[in-house]
Design a protein around this ligand. Structure first.
Ligand code: FES
Length: 92
């Protein structure tokens, strides 16, 4: 996944390798999260209006940085360490 495909202050869910990721291109930098909802494992998608990651299964919502905004999930989305090379997001 390329960071230059994501607008500023926008997010995009997708795959890097076989990992479901939720990438937020924030004003203060890029955040890469595991897109797997910590409630029961569904995949979140970005809500551009509210700048949240929303889970389609039971309504959990997470802030752009992965912290819980609304349950039933109680744990944040997991952050993934990454680096960017030529706009490409890469895991070590
Ligand atoms: S799996 Fe996401 S809210 Fe239940």
């Amino acid at each position: 996944m390329r960071i230059d495909e994501i607008g500023k202050d926008e997010g995009k869910a997708g795959k890097i390798g076989n990992i479901d990721v939720a990438v937020y291109n924030g004003e203060d930098g890029t955040i890469v999260l595991d897109a797997t909802c910590t409630h029961m494992g569904c995949i979140v998608s970005f809500n551009s209006a509210d700048k949240t990651w929303d889970c389609p299964c039971h309504g959990s919502r997470f802030k752009a940085d992965g912290t819980v905004f609304a349950g039933p999930a109680v744990a944040p989305l997991n952050r993934i360490a990454f680096r960017i090379e030529s706009s490409e997001i890469i895991f070590d």
